[in-house]
Design a protein around this ligand. Structure first.
Ligand SMILES: [Fe+2]
Ligand SMILES: [Fe+2]
Length: 283
């Protein structure tokens, strides 16, 4: 990233702060004594979050209409991991719900793309036994956070990059490279500011270029593939329409069958993700 952008970033005093709930979930739930009551306490400290989780838990999607009256029951019925995912999702939804309008993207498109990448990365991690699937869900949710910052604080430059995508028929990351401003670098800048783990910082920085990720190559490759699959299946944001075929990182050592299974999974879950998680921004 150009030096003057770094200094401009340093001067922006309304960059989003790390949501307290996300901080609690990442710190308290990643220790070995993680249990349902830790999660229960984190949620109940925040009445607005409690209301949101109960509303979602009682939605038709989970088939529990009117029967979930407290967080303990929600965890029992929906499962620890699903509630944890919802908590992480809600903790970030305000950042996404910030009136984003920038070229072809808006808040909802960005949100669905991020949830989609999170879900797909979680599944790839689980299937290939690479890293912790839950960390990949969180990583997917925040992998493009730099793009949100770009849209808010470098809007003219971002629109110019979208114009280059159209004019030169190139991918968004290639246009960024040409222009000299990258959402991956801005995202990594924020990840450092939030004191996120090296895992998070590196998958954010290298999710479009995993071969440069050094020891984080397989983690960044999982995010890269999840991002490619969501772009190509039209789940949320679809800014890479350059007609190039799907790229699968060699470092993952997967075959065509594996990729086909993932595509089928996305097609099956697409409607659910769009309806259930899409509505979270409105709750
Ligand atoms: Fe990206
Ligand atoms: Fe992305």
């Amino acid at each position: 990233m150009e030096k003057d952008y770094t200094s401009r970033l340093n001067k922006i005093d309304d960059l989003p702060a790390m949501p307290k709930t996300l901080y609690d979930v990442l710190n308290k739930l990643n220790s070995d004594d993680t249990n349902a009551s830790t999660l229960d306490h984190i949620i109940e400290e925040d009445p607005a979050l409690t209301t949101k989780i109960l509303k979602i838990a009682n939605s038709p999607y989970y088939g529990q209409a009117g029967t979930v009256n407290n967080i303990k029951r929600a965890i029992m019925l929906l499962g620890f991991n699903e509630i944890k995912n919802l908590v992480i999702g809600f903790s970030l939804s305000d950042i996404f719900n910030s009136g984003l309008e920038c070229g072809p993207i808006d808040s909802k498109i960005m949100w669905l793309h991020s949830v989609g990448v999170g879900k797909v990365a979680q599944s790839i991690s689980h299937r290939l036994k690479i890293g912790d699937p839950d960390d990949f869900f969180t990583g997917g949710l925040i992998h493009d956070i730099g793009l949100i910052i770009m849209c808010h604080h470098f809007k003219n430059e971002t629109l110019e990059i979208f114009r280059l995508v159209e004019e030169k028929n190139i991918s968004f990351p290639d246009a960024e490279e040409m222009y000299g401003l990258k959402h991956t670098e801005i995202g990594a800048f924020l990840a450092k500011k939030w004191a996120l783990s090296d895992f998070m910082t590196n998958i954010i920085r290298y999710h479009h270029k995993p071969t440069s990720a050094g020891e984080f190559i397989s983690f960044a490759s999982v995010l890269f593939l999840a991002n490619e699959l969501c772009d190509k299946t039209g789940l949320g944001l679809n800014y890479d329409e350059s007609g190039k075929k799907l790229l699968v990182p060699k470092s993952l050592h997967v075959n065509v069958e594996f990729v086909k299974e993932l595509v089928d999974m996305i097609k099956e879950e697409k409607k659910t993700i769009e309806e259930n998680w899409g509505n979270m921004l409105l709750v």
